[in-house]
Design a protein around this ligand. Structure first.
Ligand code: GDP
Length: 139
């Protein structure tokens, strides 16, 4: 089934000028970037986005990191895009990520791990709507 998922190229990657390299891995995996915008996330946006982690000990650090430099928010489209992108990203901790994944190639640590991808179709819809309108997405 053709799906859309939400992606963020995180501050550690934009800081190191890796946007194009991350996008190449995404496109080589057969996913299409159908919307993309470089933004500086506000503290309010980052807090809302990661609300499910509000009680975790790293929440403050995560919000600080996500607002520390620009991010690139994206909508990716393709066959089983949600699960496919999770595969392409690799495990949360780069030390455990499989060869060829974005996190294995580029992530610096479990916190500064280069990319976000939605973990379900329902969350993809919610996350896309936080940053894009239908008119922004050109499939
Ligand atoms: P994901 O779905 O693979 O991104 O992983 P999670 O939903 O478990 O965590 C969300 C994000 O929180 C991760 O991508 C990391 O940026 C951050 N994070 C997760 N675990 C840790 C941790 O132990 N320490 C820190 N500093 N950040 C973490």
């Amino acid at each position: 089934m053709t799906e859309r998922t939400f992606s963020i190229i995180k501050p550690d990657a934009t800081r190191r000028n890796l946007t194009g390299k991350v996008n190449a891995v995404i496109e080589d995996a057969g996913l299409r970037i159908v919307a993309q915008r470089r933004i500086r996330m506000s503290e309010a946006q980052a807090k809302t986005f990661y609300e499910v982690h509000a009680e975790r000990p790293f929440y403050g650090e995560l919000v600080e990191f996500m607002t520390s430099a620009p991010v690139v928010v994206q909508v990716l489209e393709g066959e089983n895009a949600v699960a496919r992108y999770r595969e392409v990203m690799g495990a949360t901790n780069p030390a455990q990520a499989a060869d060829g994944t974005i996190r294995k190639l580029y992530a610096e640590s479990v916190g500064e791990n280069s990319v976000h991808g939605s973990d379900s179709l329902e969350n993809a819809r919610i996350e896309i709507a936080q940053f894009f309108t239908d008119a922004d997405i050109v499939g």
